[in-house]
Design a protein around this ligand. Sequence first.
Ligand code: GAR
Length: 208
Amino acid sequence: MKRIVVLVSGGGTNLQALIDAEKCGSIKSGSITCVISSKEGAYALERAKNAGIPSRVVSRKNYDSSDSYTNALLEILTEEKADLIVLAGFMTILGEKLIKTFENRIINVHPSLIPAFCGEGFYGLHVHEYALSRGVKISGATVHFVNEIADGGPIIMQQPVAVLDNDTPETLQKRIMEQAEWKILPKVAELFCADKIKVENGRTYILE
Ligand code: GAR
């Protein structure tokens, strides 16, 4: 059984999707053992508590440098014996040392079809504002491995979602969460825990 540590910063609906998937057995090769929030008071912490999952807050503002923040996270993740780290709406950039230590063991869910609307500055509702201002007809979500380039790691799974004429950033965000993020994130977590994802030359392959 793989140990899954979920990193959050906000509402935690993706965390909830993972919790529900574990509860109903669609995640069966791993278990969420810890939730780490970068923000005190994040609703995601309530979700962890309600599910009986231990949680900790590691806030960037309590550390004087990016390096000391990275070291603190690294220490906890090592202590937790994390096999898989899931960034589920985690809004703080991870240091290179951590990314290297957990190479191809950190996944992130991003609310667009990468390489559209991704990279620095593209997070949360902003992603959907950009998508609407560009007038795309299709958006969606991507789950990818994390490397040192923001949203630049190997893509594992994508799910397209239609953009409607009367969409606002909020309605588009909600539809992408419901139809894409909450579905593909738990799927990828299970595939990873069942050792079914192979990475080769920057591409991933799902093993049958
Ligand atoms: C989600 O839409 C997630 O894809 C996005 O933030 C939201 C978090 O919601 N992440 C990013 O933009 C990362 N670049 P949640 O806290 O309810 O899961």
